[in-house]
Design a protein around this ligand. Sequence first.
Ligand code: PCA
Length: 207
Amino acid sequence: MQKLLLTGFEPFLSNPINPTMAIVEALNGKKMGNYEVIGRVLSVDFTRAPQQFLTLVEEIQPTIIISLGLAAGNTRIMPERVAINIRDGEKDNRGIAYVDAPIREDGDAAYFSTLPIRNIVNRLTEAGYPAAISNSAGTYLCNNIMYEGLHYAKKYCTVDAAGFIHIPASFELAIQNGRIAGWSQVDLQAAIELAIIECIANDKKSS
Ligand code: PCA
């Protein structure tokens, strides 16, 4: 059985809930086709998260890596097209912030997602879930983890596809925030399950 690593993140900044956590916890251990989903939550911490993530990849040896992050205020599910070699912006949960700093000194400038992002968007919209490709994963933890996944996949050919999907707030988070719209947690999870099905269908090891 092939492994699909599905990562989410803990709460961060002004978001007391991160709906990616409940999704990865709910899908952990689920069998989909000839894949087992392994769901894990990462810290919003520039010092710890990349190592946590790479340790998981080494241990689990996934064929597919899908990382999830919250983009509070977004209205659609957004597979990311590209990860860039930059850390910049807000403080992480440890209080550390970077300015114009590379993720890897000697790393490529950017990596394109190797998930079937157009097919994911098409499958989701056909099923009635608003979705679109995003052309920037930002410069915070989400971009960092997407970059690390693709860097690993380029270096070690054990990973067929890797990439990142940003999701909107859940109703629960929207209620607490008061100024952003959200989706039901049930719909967020169902949409991510569909995205996983599309990734598995596209993988050469799916049969
Ligand atoms: N979203 C943040 C980091 C953690 C998360 O869920 C981001 O978009 O970078």
